[in-house]
Design a protein. Sequence first.
Length: 255
Amino acid sequence: MATTAEPANAPKAMNKPTTAKGWGTDAPDQPLPACAAAAAMQTALRPWRRFSTDAGAMSLRMSVGVAAGDIHAFLVGERHRELLIGGPVVSRVVSLEAVAAAGEIVIDKAIAATLDERELGAVKADGRLLRRSPVRALTTASEPIEVDVSIGIPVALREYLTQRLDDGEHRQAVLTFVQFKGLDTLLSNEGPTAATDALDELVRRVQRACDAHGVCFLATDLDGDGGKILLVAGAPAASPDDADRTFVSLLDVLS
């Protein structure tokens, strides 16, 4: 189940609740599609476990963690809206993914208890290896909906993405991760409202610093007990002083 929260000072035009099919349901079989999706992704990668390129032999593999439970979803930001996912369940799935080796899927014990023993592998840390996709997992197609997604796309990317360029690009760029921690403790001690306000202030601060110095707020990612904000200078627009603009932006964030 997901609890979605927004800061009290969110612009009214952006303060409309949104729903997604299959999101926030309490169906007892909810973890099964997640396990099936993880197994399907690993299957899709099999042809790429070893392949040849002009630069030599390459291998593409991934590790997966799967956990189930209540999560918190925070809709925050000013220039665009970011959906941040957090809480103890998120921290648990990150820890499960961390112990999974390349090519492995590690699920938490609560999910493992609902599966057939033939679908499970060995115990690994606080979870179990998933040996194969759950046989009773069903997929239900969602009806497509027409929505304006631009409010969720960073401003620096909107015009670039509408150009529909088919060719890839190789660029020199400056990449930065802004990591934040302590979210689980904040949720436990002060509740979702305080966590929402703190995350909103952080994201707005980063967005304003990026706008002021020409750095792109690229994306966010979940992390144990917090998350990460990915910034990039040099893409989609480049300048001779990308590194300097990045450092100044970070100083603004920390000031």
